[in-house]
Design a binder for this molecule. Sequence first.
Ligand SMILES: [Fe+2]
Ligand SMILES: [Fe+2]
Length: 136
Amino acid sequence: MSLIDTLNDLRARELAVIVQYMRHHYVLTGADGAALADEFKEVAITEMKHAEALGERIDFLGGDPTTKPSEIMKGGATLSDAASIDLASEEEAVGLYRAAVKEADAAGDVTTRRLLEDILADEEGHMNEFRTMLGK
Ligand SMILES: [Fe+2]
Ligand SMILES: [Fe+2]
């Protein structure tokens, strides 16, 4: 798999979590849910920026930025359910971005590596946010 394919896989995941987190933002109710619903929106907006940055980089490298989201996780009617699902998505993202940083490094693509490192830092922050919601 080429670096462009890896970037497109990451972009597809970003597109999926945008929809997933916005959905949680819309459906969460109840005292806890309503108080934290905006946090899901804030995270989703950051994911939009990731999808856009990856799209620009893919285009620059001569690829075609995907418009197709990967699998969108179902569920999330309660705060703990939504935060658990989204924490799993973030944990997966962190692993994939760490691997992609190594791949960009091996390809000698310093700019892509730096972009991926910046996004990775955001994903670790998201992981922390969802953990905090779950009291972990
Ligand atoms: Fe992201
Ligand atoms: Fe994230």
